[in-house]
Design a protein around this ligand. Structure first.
Ligand code: NAD
Ligand code: UD1
Length: 337
């Protein structure tokens, strides 16, 4: 039996594939390489000294999916494939609903036909919208995501809940990530966004490595201790460990399960800049600009449900996250290219 990882060439997916290989699982990857490089999977194979079966294909293509399920015995699917740029989703909503929602529908239909009904889905804290208080527990009702990307995640969650309600053979984990950062300790795989990074940590590391002049801080007038936005940054290695535990848990428990994957601590943009300065010994030039549309002041998790039910707790601190990010960026100033 093998585990199918959609989006396994991407940032989180590549770390997931490495962890699965190291844990002794056989892995099949489907990725259309729309936001990633085949090189990430090659490096994962080098580090693990084990190979994966790689398919360059699209999850929206039912015939292709049926052929993959026809060729392999799949026990569960870890579903990372999707588009994730918030700004692009505002400009091209249909592209996002097609990829993220229709893609997941096609995947679930193919899984049903193949009799594979265990699924771990990459959701996001964005489904909470702008909750009234922190930290955010899974019991807080989902809110109003401020953009089509966020709404596509919420729609998929609703679809998957309906699916499990209609057919008790399904076991589904909805993992709500807070802010994944960091890289594998080898410095060989990491986050390599195409174009200008939208997210804070890849942007700062490209500034420090000399690819960009200065960070723009989106607002220093939030009601937070230093005025800049506060987020729950979580090391990608902790995140993938949460998936392994969630995958094992749903194999014993049918139905839908929701778990936050965060550390339970919030850090501001200025905290992050200070940590980069300490870790790298380099300056981080920045300018202050207005708030970015759709940003919330603060967002951090109550991760106690994952601790109680999965025995999972994030182990890496902010310095670890920045050290590992920096090792990857310094060794690969231009990413995989
Ligand atoms: P990523 O872009 O690095 O990885 C996604 C992968 O999916 C890419 O390799 C891309 O080529 C592939 N892909 C996209 N559409 C596809 C399709 N139709 N068919 C096949 N492959 C396709 O992103 P990531 O940061 O690794 O995120 C993985 C998942 O986690 C995404 O679903 C994302 O929305 C979700 N997520 C990410 C974050 C984050 O901050 N990185 C936060 C919350 C949720
Ligand atoms: C963003 C998305 C969210 C998505 C997540 C992971 C928005 C509104 N939200 O979350 O839907 O799930 O990425 O992909 O885009 N910041 C700067 N300068 C920058 C970049 C960011 O000051 O160049 C600040 C932001 O204002 C925020 C913090 O840094 O306060 C973190 O931003 P980011 O890394 O983009 O994550 P989120 O906004 O939490």
């Amino acid at each position: 039996m093998a585990i199918l990882v959609t989006g396994g060439a991407g940032y989180i997916g590549s770390h997931m594939v490495l962890s699965l290989l190291v844990n002794g699982y056989d892995v099949i990857v489907i990725d259309n390489l729309s936001n990633s490089s085949r090189e990430s999977v090659r490096r994962v194979e080098q580090i693990a000294k084990k190979s994966v079966v790689f398919y360059d294909g699209d999850i929206r293509d039912r015939d292709f999916l049926d052929s993959v399920f026809g060729r392999h015995e799949v026990s569960e699917v870890l579903h990372f494939a999707g588009l994730k740029s918030v700004g692009e989703s505002v400009l091209e909503p249909l592209k996002y609903y097609d990829n993220n929602v229709s893609g997941t529908l096609a995947l679930c239909e193919a899984m049903n036909t193949a009799g594979v009904r265990r699924l771990v889905f990459s959701s996001s804290a964005t489904v909470y919208g702008d909750p009234a208080s922190m930290p955010i527990h899974e019991g807080v009702p989902t809110g109003q995501p401020t953009n089509p990307y966020g709404r596509s995640k919420l729609m998929v969650e609703e679809v998957l809940k309906d699916l499990a309600a209609a057919d008790s053979q399904w076991s589904i984990a909805l993992l709500r990530y807070f802010n994944p950062v960091g890289a594998h300790v080898s410095g060989k795989i990491g986050e390599d966004p195409f174009g200008i990074p939208n997210n804070l940590v890849p942007f700062i590391s490209q500034v420090v490595v000399g690819r960009r002049e200065a960070l723009t801080i989106y607002g220093n007038d939030y009601p937070t201790p230093d005025g800049t936005g506060v987020r729950d940054y979580i090391h990608v290695e902790d995140l993938v460990e949460g998936h392994v535990l969630a995958m094992r848990a749903i194999s014993r428990k049918p139905g839908v399960h929701v778990w936050n994957l965060g550390t339970g601590r919030g850090y501001s943009v200025l905290d992050m800049i200070e940590t980069f300065k300490k870790v790298t010994g380099k300056d981080v030039p920045y300018v202050i600009a207005g708030r970015r549309d759709g940003d919330v002041a603060e967002c951090w998790a109550d991760p106690s449900k994952a601790l109680d039910e999965l025995g999972w707790k994030a182990g890496h601190c902010l310095s670890d996250m920045v050290e590992d990010t920096w090792r990857w960026q310094k060794n690969n100033p231009n990413g995989y290219s």
